[in-house]
Design a protein around this ligand. Structure first.
Ligand SMILES: [Zn+2]
Length: 299
């Protein structure tokens, strides 16, 4: 078990979407998939105001970016931003500030911190088309719009530190540090934190999956691709994805999640379900550039 990953899990409520779409515009335009993304108002307890949540995101992002190399390449970012822009346009305006950042971690992962979505280059390498990319972005946006990170940290602060309110940046930093120190020192607390994250994720993953399917379809991508991505990812021997479930020794949630994804998919109009995922030349060029860059970084 890599302690750094457990810390990431705790700190950024890492989405365990590990190995686990502007595509064919002409073909897509002929489809008549018409669907609107309906968002559900978050109901879970959250001690962070919008401003405090932003501050929390900034602190966590600084932490993530001090641990992992971020890819500063405008050309590589351009394609993912174009896809993200299309998916984002299905969401309310207050999500317009979301940024997508490519990073390098040993795993294929995507996760979000405040208004930032992090994708590892290995995650990009594991995708088959822009439809999958759009679904994955929709999933992370689902977490962001539900304030999932702030909700989980609220519960962790309450359960681990007995804290029910935060103030400014210094205060939030100090509490985060104190919580990580506690979980580093005490395995029972680490386990408790992992359980809190897992139970929150059980709730939020299904909703983020629903958002992914509706948002990607509404943006003109194949929602079926998201299901295929999940199915493929969750079935990869459990070796890459489930640090948390490995840690807890329980990995049956993926099957339940896949069942929910299939159920939601059936709620979409037939023309949406019939969009066939396809890798465009643009996607393949971008993916090859990301991978070759990864290879050259290793040399
Ligand atoms: Zn997730």
């Amino acid at each position: 078990m890599h302690i750094v990953h457990i810390r990431v899990l705790i700190l950024v409520a890492l989405c365990l979407f590990a190995p686990f779409v502007f595509v064919g515009a002409t073909a897509r335009a002929q489809q008549s998939c018409s669907v609107t993304l309906a968002l559900r108002a978050p109901t879970a307890a959250n001690i962070f105001s919008i401003q405090q949540e932003r501050t929390l995101g900034d602190i966590e992002a600084k932490w993530v970016e001090s641990k992992y190399h971020t890819v500063q390449d405008e050309e590589l970012a351009a394609h993912v931003n174009a896809i993200a822009g299309r998916v984002l346009s299905q969401f309310p305006h207050d999500l317009a500030q979301v940024h997508v950042i490519l990073i390098d971690t040993p795993e294929a992962q995507s996760f979000n911190v405040g208004p930032r979505i992090y994708f590892t280059r290995k995650m990009v390498a594991s995708l088959r088309n822009d439809d999958e990319l759009a679904g994955l972005l929709g999933h992370e946006l689902g977490h962001i719009q539900a304030h999932q990170n702030a909700v989980i940290v609220s519960q962790l602060f309450h359960e681990i530190l007995g804290v029910n309110a935060v103030s400014d940046e210094e205060d939030i930093s100090e509490k985060l540090r104190r919580m990580l120190d506690s979980t580093d020192r005490d395995t029972k607390l680490l386990r408790k934190a992992a359980q809190i994250i897992q139970s929150q994720e059980g709730i939020s993953q299904n909703e983020a999956d629903r958002v992914a399917l509706f948002a990607s379809a509404a943006a003109g991508f194949s929602p079926q691709a998201y299901m295929e991505l999940f199915d493929r990812s969750a079935g990869t021997n459990g070796s890459n994805g489930s640090i948390l479930t490995d840690f807890l020794g329980a990995t049956t949630s993926d099957l339940r999640r896949l069942r929910e994804i299939k159920k939601t998919l059936r709620q979409l109009p037939l023309p949406c379900r019939e969009i066939v995922p396809a890798a465009s030349a643009e996607f393949l060029t971008w993916q090859a550039a990301v991978i070759s860059d990864l290879d050259s970084a290793r040399r």
